[in-house]
Structure formats: structure tokens, C-alpha cells
Design a protein around this ligand. Structure first.
Ligand code: N01
Length: 540
């Protein structure tokens, strides 16, 4: 790498919720000289890429899936639905970038293709695909927990001659399904949101399902002016409540299932089902995600709903999930199960009828040929670790992240990695990520990173690095939490189980509020678990 012409205090990679806030915080609140890069053509991260039909936030209410730090932003942005669609969220992020004058410091359509730590200079050297070289003392990786797409490697898939779209890389121009026979592979959050919309337009849709899913009615509705006004008025308290209650300002149930009769429990599940959203999960009874017997009861309740909704009994049977409720990402849908009552929708259960091969005209399963014009891959992501490995920074001694994370995604606090000084991650492995509100999680993490940088500036320190011992303790802590639940018993992207050959490790922190308390405690204990080096020269 040639000598960098430009030096910054910090380089931020990514301009989604986390990266944009990191740029704002480090530049405008700490006064650092910051440059940001994004390979996309605009801000938005996940919301820039995932523009498939039906893409919509699955948060309980849009005002809480937003930045929380600025009362002015809360006051001026008019959310109109409880669960906003992708175009609205993208507009919101564009508005944020303009309002805080961030665009001038973000270089779009630019991929960081190399990042190496220079131990002597105590800074990172960055190379972009446009041939620029830059340096920065700190590298903030806001590269997205759900960015690297997972494309199935079925024999002949590249021979398919029709159009093929991945939900995570949806084209920016209009995609028309009118008069088309569409095949959709994948029934996670993306597939379940897209299928009802595609079915409204296409001549025929065949859904290829590997694992049936628990999906709850989203019950998206207009957000009343009164609710919005109340949120604005109570914003400070709501924000505190979000921070304390796992990302959302709602209380979770303290009711004990053992103190209610089966009839009372059933009535409660019905009420929560009618309310929609994630209420069945958080507001039924204590322990739904850790008590197998209680979970079985809620699972069966949802299966009954599927049986009631889907008129064809064979199709309904194929749609019944058989793992613990909530241990794969719970999905909020807008008429997903009802879609199977349409004449133009068919379901193929890949567990009994696997895909054998693709042809130019479609695909062949064990028992059938399926001719299709368009293939939609809603097959998810190499989640959380994938985007960091895609960047593959090289730390001390030139050791790459791919080498370090060969068999385990060791890190400290989901935000730092031993051997990679002055590098920070937002939503890294072991951070709460999707188990907390992503925008607030990004804000809190970026603020913690800013605090660490400020601490170093005040003390004239050149580098900060997590210790391997701290990584071990952290690993035990997050897995200890996960192992007290039913999550590890299910094959999911949370466990890395959706990607062949990926190490199996729980990729999130299940107690988001506790996690952010831990970040504070670590800082207050003088950044326990980190080692600092004095600045080797003038900190540039
Ligand atoms: O991806 P997924 P996603 N052959 O991994 C199947 C967030 N999100 O893009 O379950 C056949 O959940 C796979 O099957 P299985 C949210 O956090 C949020 O839908 O692994 N099928 C599964 O059905 C979510 O969890 C929002 O057996 C294959 C599907 O593809 C995360 O993103 C919206 C296959 C992938 O589901 C990822 O969701 C959308 C193969 N070879 C997403 N490989 C909102 O907030 C995979 N599958 C709005």
C-alpha cells in the first residue's frame, strides 16, 4: 500500500443507521476529522439494499425504530404508520444525513478493499477500489449485520435463463411480476413479507420452503396524530424506557403461566394475537423462550392459527413449524398464511421434495419440473460475522480476520477484537444486534466508541486493544445467557446454522439493556479488559 495522502482521526465504513450516527457523533459531537465510505450509491445500509416488495420494518412501532438522541428529529419527522415501509425508512435516513450535513463526508460507490493496521504508526491504512489510500487512527466498521447475501449453490442455478433477484440486493428499477410465473426460495422475514405482494401481481407463485416459520400478524395501521404527539411529549421518558427495556418502551409480561388455567392462558394468547406484532412473544408469560413446556403451548397455539387460516389441509400441514416458537427470528406478516388460499400460489415442501437441479427454464424437484420466469432468492445472509470477514482487516503482525475467526468469532463486547487495535465494530458478533432496537443500539455503541476515543485523546494514548483473556470471559458470558434459553436448540442464522461450514456460535447478546450496562461498567472501570499504548508520536 502506498503512502497515504489523506489522514483522518477516524474512518467509518458503512452508512446505515449505525454508520451515519457514528459519523455524526464522532465528527459533530467530538470534533474529530472523519471520513465515511459506502459501496452503495446512497445512505441507508440495509434499507438501501432491501427494497423488495413488502419490505417493512417489523418493529412494534416506527417511532421507536428511529434515532432517539435528537428531540428535534423526533418532533419534525412525521411517521404515518406503525410499521413503515422501506421507502419511508430510506427517506428518513436520507433526511437525517441531509439535516446533519453528513453527505459531504461520505464517499459512495466506494468499497474499502483493504484495511491494515500499522503498528509503528498506530493507525489503520485503508485502500479503496478507486485506488485511494488513506490512514486513520481509528477504524469504525458499521458494515451491517445482514449484508453478505446467501445464495444457494443448487446444481445448475447459474444456468437459469430467467430473471433472478435476491431480496437483499433488490434492483432499484421497478420489477414487474405481471403475467410471470415466479419461484420464491426462502420463507424467512424477507420471503414472508415479499410473497403476499408478489402473489398479488404474478400469474403464479411457487414457494419453495425448507423450514416452516412462526409468523405473527403485524397489524400495521395508521399511526394516529394523538399517539405521535404523545410520543413527542414523552420522548425523554420513552427513550430511557427503551434503553432499560431491551430496546422497546414496552413492559414485558411478569405473569406466571403456572398461576393461570389453560383456558385463561388460551384467552391471553388470543388477545395478544389480535393485538398483533411481537406481543405474543413478550407479553404472554415469563419464560416463553426458556421454558420448553410453556413454549410448546404457545407453539401449538400458533400452529392452530395456521390450521384455521389456510383452507387446504395439506398446505396447512406443510406450513406448521416444528421447532421452539421464537427461536428463529419471529416474523411479522401482512397476510402471509392467507396468501396460500389464493389460486395462483403453490407451496413445495423442500424437506419431502428437495430441489435436484436448475435448468434454463426452471428447476426440478424430486417429483416435479417447475417452469418459472423469475426466481426470487429470499435466502438470507451470512449474518453478523459475514460482513466483517468480507472486509477482512489485517491486524497486528498482518494477521487477517479470516485467520483469527477461522473457527470462532472471538471478540470483546461485540465491538472490539484482540489483535486488531483501534478497530471498533457496530453490531458485531455478540452485540445485541437484532435482539435490541438496531438504531438505538447503533447510537449507544457509537457513543461508547466515542467515549473510548475521547478517553484516549485526553490521556494521549495511541492504541487500544482488547485482551484475549477478556475475549474468553466475554464469550462465556454471552453463551451463558444464550444457554439458559431455547435458542441454541434451533438451527437458525443466530447460530450460524444457515451457512454451510460456518462455525456454530450464538451471534447475539440476548440481554440488550444489560449489554449496554456492561459497556458503561467497562468504561467506568478504566476500560477493563483493554490494554492501551501511549502514543508513539504526535497523534495525528
Ligand atoms: O433471511 P433468513 P431473511 N435452500 O435467513 C431459506 C432481518 N429482516 O432475509 O429456515 C432452500 O431469515 C431459509 O430456510 P431455513 C431479520 O432479522 C428484517 O428472510 O434456513 N431454502 C429461510 O427460510 C431476519 O431474521 C426485516 O431452513 C434456503 C430463508 O431462506 C433477517 O433479516 C425484513 C436455502 C432465509 O431466511 C434475515 O431475514 C427482512 C437453501 N439452500 C429481514 N438457504 C424487517 O425488519 C436458505 N434458505 C422488515
Amino acid at each position: 500500500m502506498s503512502n497515504p495522502a489523506e489522514h483522518y482521526d477516524a474512518i467509518v465504513i458503512g452508512s446505515g443507521f449505525g454508520g451515519l450516527y457514528a459519523l455524526h457523533h464522532l465528527r459533530d459531537q467530538l470534533g474529530l476529522n472523519v471520513r465515511a465510505f459506502d459501496g452503495a450509491g446512497g445512505v441507508g445500509g440495509t434499507w438501501w439494499y432491501n427494497r423488495y416488495p413488502g419490505a417493512r420494518v417489523d418493529a412494534p412501532s416506527s417511532p421507536f425504530y428511529a434515532y432517539t438522541f435528537s428531540q428535534e428529529m423526533v418532533d419534525e419527522w412525521e411517521w404515518t404508520e406503525t410499521q413503515s415501509g422501506q421507502p419511508t425508512i430510506l427517506k428518513y435516513l436520507e433526511h437525517f444525513a441531509e439535516r446533519f450535513d453528513l453527505l459531504k463526508d461520505i464517499q459512495f460507490e466506494t468499497w474499502v478493499v483493504d484495511a491494515r493496521y500499522d503498528e509503528a504508526a498506530q493507525h489503520w491504512l485503508i485502500e479503496t477500489d478507486s485506488g485511494q489510500t488513506l490512514s486513520a487512527q481509528f477504524l469504525v466498521c458499521a458494515v451491517g449485520a445482514l449484508f453478505v447475501t446467501n445464495k444457494p449453490d443448487y446444481p445448475g442455478i447459474d444456468d437459469f435463463a430467467g430473471d433472478c433477484y435476491h431480496t437483499g440486493r433488490w434492483p432499484h428499477e421497478e420489477v414487474s411480476f405481471s403475467g410471470k410465473r415466479v419461484g420464491v426460495i426462502g420463507t424467512g422475514s424477507s420471503g414472508i413479507q415479499a410473497i403476499p405482494e408478489i402473489a398479488k401481481e404474478a400469474e403464479h407463485v411457487t414457494v419453495f420452503q425448507r423450514t416452516p416459520q412462526y409468523s405473527l400478524p403485524a397489524r400495521n395501521r395508521p399511526l394516529s396524530k394523538e399517539d405521535l404527539a404523545r410520543y413527542r411529549e414523552e420522548w425523554d421518558d420513552l427513550r430511557t424506557s427503551m434503553r432499560r427495556r431491551g430496546g422497546w418502551p414496552f413492559s414485558t409480561s411478569r405473569l406466571r403461566a403456572s398461576e393461570a388455567s389453560p383456558e385463561e392462558r388460551r384467552a391471553r394468547y388470543e388477545k395478544l394475537w389480535d393485538e398483533g406484532g411481537i406481543h405474543l412473544s413478550i407479553n404472554s408469560y415469563v419464560g416463553v423462550l426458556s421454558d420448553a413446556e410453556l413454549n410448546d403451548e404457545v407453539s401449538e397455539f400458533v400452529r392452530d392459527k395456521i390450521r384455521e387460516t389456510v383452507t387446504d389441509a395439506d398446505t396447512a400441514a406443510k406450513l406448521l413449524p416444528d421447532y421452539y416458537f421464537g427461536t428463529k427470528r419471529l416474523i411479522l406478516d401482512n397476510g402471509y398464511f392467507e396468501t396460500y388460499n389464493r389460486d395462483n400460489v403453490a407451496l413445495v415442501d423442500l424437506r419431502s421434495e428437495p430441489i435436484e437441479a436448475f435448468t434454463a427454464e426452471g428447476l426440478r424437484t424430486k417429483n416435479n419440473e417447475h417452469e418459472i420466469d423469475v426466481l426470487v432468492l429470499a435466502t438470507g445472509f451470512d449474518a453478523v460475522s459475514g460482513s466483517m470477514l468480507n472486509l477482512n482487516p489485517k491486524g497486528r503482525g498482518g494477521v487477517s480476520l479470516k485467520e483469527k475467526w477461522d473457527d470462532r468469532f472471538d471478540n470483546y463486547l461485540g465491538a472490539t477484537i484482540a489483535g486488531f487495535p483501534n478497530l471498533f465494530m457496530i453490531h458485531g458478533p455478540g452485540a445485541p444486534g437484532v435482539f435490541f432496537t438496531m438504531p438505538l443500539g447503533g447510537e449507544l455503541t457509537a457513543s461508547w466508541i466515542g467515549g473510548c476515543i475521547q478517553h484516549m485523546r485526553d490521556a494521549k494514548l495511541g492504541s487500544v486493544e482488547a485482551s484475549e483473556e477478556a475475549e474468553g470471559i466475554w464469550d462465556a458470558e454471552i453463551n451463558g445467557i444464550a444457554n439458559r434459553t431455547l435458542y441454541p436448540q434451533t438451527k437458525s442464522w443466530y447460530m450460524g446454522a444457515n451457512i454451510p461450514g460456518k462455525p456454530r456460535q450464538f451471534l447475539g447478546h440476548l440481554r440488550g439493556s444489560h449489554y449496554f450496562d456492561r459497556l458503561t461498567e467497562v468504561a467506568e472501570a478504566g476500560y477493563e479488559g483493554f490494554t492501551f499504548e501511549p502514543a508513539s508520536g504526535e497523534v495525528r
